[in-house]
Design a protein around this ligand. Structure first.
Ligand code: ZN
Length: 156
């Protein structure tokens, strides 16, 4: 699933979720995407405005215990969007799984991930907080970090 910020001919902004960019193109061409405000179907992708929107689900980086190098997920800069219930449920399951199988290291995440990467400590699954800058420099060092949107727990 990919998330697009969309804009209609009247300049109303809204959000859409699509399987891939091709399915967005197809639906847009067929006029299947309607502006929720005015019903217009001349819809196009809006330009992303990074770092302006406030996030309501902050991404939580997770280090894989293996040394597999993964590209970090593109940070979601514009989460003024309400996630579909299905997706929230999936993210809640992911969160529960991470909390069960990984150790919380809080703001030490970047240091811990680096120490594991260098073999200074036993590799294990950890999760915690980093800044975007820290996550980027970890990725540059080839350290596997995944960001997942941290949704409120299912049990509150
Ligand atoms: Zn509109």
């Amino acid at each position: 699933m990919i998330h697009y910020q969309l804009r209609c001919g009247q300049d109303h902004g809204f959000d859409g979720w699509f399987n891939d960019s091709a399915s967005f193109e197809k639906q847009a061409k067929r006029g299947l995407i309607e502006c929720p405000e005015c019903g217009a179907t001349n819809v196009e992708r809006a330009l992303m405005a990074p770092a302006l929107a406030k996030r309501d689900a902050s991404p939580m980086p997770v280090a894989e215990p293996s040394s597999t190098v993964q590209a970090p997920a593109t940070p979601e800069k514009t989460t003024s969007v309400r996630l579909p219930a299905q997706m929230v449920a999936a993210l809640q399951r992911m969160r529960a799984e991470v909390e069960k199988s990984c150790d919380y290291v809080g703001p030490d995440f970047a240091d811990q991930a680096r120490a594991m990467h260098r073999g200074e400590v036993e590799p294990k699954g950890i999760y915690g907080e980093t800044t975007d800058e820290q996550a980027e420099s970890l990725a540059e060092e080839g350290i596997a970090v995944a960001k997942i949107p941290w949704v409120p727990r299912a049990d509150g």
